[in-house]
Design a binder for this molecule. Structure first.
Ligand code: NAP
Length: 324
């Protein structure tokens, strides 16, 4: 089968489309003929050897964590799925390939209304938003949620999910185009973090109280100031490190105390045991068409390097995918 492979941990060394041995589903997996695969920042971070998961792979390796397509084989012990079904789901790596092994527990039916390109954007973005808002923050009606990085993949999902949960939503952006996009996704207010102090603006918008929840996708850049943006007992859900300051970013320890701050981290790897329940609760919402999935760009496997450059450039809205 055809697959995109990383041959060196170095963003300057191009990935290549190679002919590799056909994938076979392991026990507990389904094999799909991919219609599209999602591109995520973690793929780039691993390729640059700037992520702990880089230790789990050795070049040449196939990157990628999610895909949507048609089931072509079932691994041992997998029940409830049949050949030919349209699905999307999470892979334990190796999704930039014609045939992709998905974890059966983290696989779900893709409703006809959604294309494979859209399906390939759901797992990482929407399940992470669900983990942050439903499982961790337990956000509910009347609460105010600040989504840091609103125009990216997880941001797009978090804005829509928070609205669905009945929250008032603020989103941070770096441009007018991203502000417009976040408003289209349902954000009540947008804050251009390059032009204004987001914490001060959150205080203004909440009458001096502060937001209830921060969905933090760029924690090393923002965590210290998030402590000023939350209310007493407010929650900060730490999802991504961001690009700015590296993992050693500093914050005011006393501010955590004076706000009685609740700081909750999350990682997909710890979400797997909760996947069946998540899929069970998320699927009806998807069936009813509750979420918009904006695919900014779909590129062929042969253009995978350009797609990574495009993600690095950061000007996209929503998600970027690859098609075999
Ligand atoms: N822990 C987990 O399990 C998990 C799961 C999924 C994702 N993540 C991580 O979460 C992060 C976001 O993922 P994603 O897929 O949404 O990435 P993405 O699609 O690249 O979006 C990131 C967004 O953040 C914005 N941004 C950059 N610097 C910012 C800052 N200082 N303040 C506010 N916004 C800023 C970017 O736009 P501008 O540059 O124009 O502002 C962009 O819209 C990534 O680091 C990813 O690896 C972690």
């Amino acid at each position: 089968m055809k697959a995109v492979r990383v041959h060196e941990f170095n963003m300057d060394v191009p990935m290549r489309v190679d002919e590799v041995e056909d994938a076979r589903p392991a026990p507990g997996e389904v094999l799909v003929k991919a219609g599209a695969v999602g591109v995520n920042p973690v793929d780039l971070a691993i390729r640059a050897a700037k992520h702990p998961y880089a230790k789990l792979v050795t070049p040449p390796y196939i990157p990628g964590a999610e895909a949507a397509g048609e089931i072509i084989a079932l691994g041992e012990g997998v029940e409830g799925w049949r050949i030919g079904q349209r699905v999307y789901g999470r892979a334990m790596g190796g999704s930039y390939a014609e045939n992709v092994r998905l974890v059966a527990d983290a696989t779900a039916e893709l409703p006809e209304a959604y294309s494979y390109e859209e399906g390939a954007c759901i797992t990482v973005a929407f399940y992470t938003a669900w983990n942050a808002l439903v499982i961790k923050a337990q956000a509910g009606p009347g609460e105010t949620v600040l989504v840091q990085g609103g125009a990216g993949g997880v941001g797009m999902a978090a804005i829509q999910l928070a609205k669905r949960l009945g929250c008032r939503v603020f989103a941070t952006v770096s441009s007018d185009a991203k502000a417009e996009f976040c408003k289209e996704m349902g954000a009540d207010e947008t804050i251009n973090y390059r032009e204004e102090d987001f914490a001060e603006r959150c205080m203004e918008l909440t009458g001096g109280r502060g937001v209830d929840v921060v969905v933090e996708l760029c924690a090393c850049d923002n965590f210290d100031k998030d402590l000023d943006a939350i209310r007493v007992d407010g929650k900060i859900i730490v999802i991504g490190t961001g690009t700015g300051k590296g993992p050693g970013a500093e914050f005011r320890v006393p501010a955590v105390m004076t706000k009685d701050a609740v700081v909750l981290g999350l990682a997909v790897v710890n979400l797997f045991p909760k996947m069946p329940e998540l899929v069970r609760r998320f699927t009806p919402l998807l069936r009813e068409g509750a979420f918009r999935i904006n695919v900014d760009k779909a590129s062929r496997f042969e253009e995978a390097n350009e797609a990574h450059d495009y993600v690095l450039d950061g000007q996209f809205l929503g998600k970027v995918v690859l098609v075999p």
